[in-house]
Design a protein around this ligand. Sequence first.
Ligand SMILES: [Zn+2]
Length: 297
Amino acid sequence: MAPSFAGFPGAELAILAMAFAWGATLGSFINVVVYRVPRGISVVTGASRCPACGTPILPRDNLPVLGWVLLRGRCRVCGAAISPRYPLVEAACGGIAAAVAAAEVVGGGRTLPWLAATAWQGVDRLLVHGDFRLVASWVLHTGVLLLIVTWSLLGRSLRASPRAVLLAILPVVAAVAAVPDIGPPGLSPDGVRWPHEPRMAALVSAAAGIALGWLLGGLMSGPNDRASLAAFGAAIGWQTLTVVTVVTIVIRCIARCVWKGRSPAIDPLPWVATAAIVAAGAIRHAITLSWSALAGG
Ligand SMILES: [Zn+2]
């Protein structure tokens, strides 16, 4: 009998912990990008320094989330306060990576349109059957979400140039063309593959997602919404993209009423996008059901 890890909390928790650590580490890099790029400082050279006294930050103090907690939010040398925004961004990115891993890797691919139809295998799909498409989809979807986090944090301090948007979206398109089974559903509202050849279908669906994301993003208030929604549409398809756009607009409107016109400190878009990827299977199912109800009269 083949070994089974499904439902075994040790294997599942280990995967979630690894995913969190990766996400938090990328979050630490995103903090560097968001601080340095608008100031015209290189993101690859030069160690991070305390903005108050200029002392280079030790590698152990640079550990995502933990570094800030162990220092109790103060510089080791001069005692200047370090903004809690840094560990919060790291924890948020770790949480996003873990949430996607929970849905796609621990969930055995049941939220992915082309892998969902098989019987539930949970982590066995990866650990026993060696289906690395689950890891590929986790990398792709976490990557797109962290890109959206970065663009949302840059906000008004830096609008992504068309060249930067193109450079960010090209790897997404390449990934769904290389592994069509982790790509967006087909073009029709019920997501049937068209054309029948999987690679062509993935490219056509990604192109439609980019076009609609660019269009809808232009109607929204965030300076980088266009770029974010185009990348999201390329990876997830127009169906889920539409839901994300509507929900984000509604939450932003409510937030603006509550905070009387001031924009809230936390942008809902990355969170709505994450929730949509975790619930992608359910959203597609709802769209398919309403479509067949409409088509059936
Ligand atoms: Zn200092």
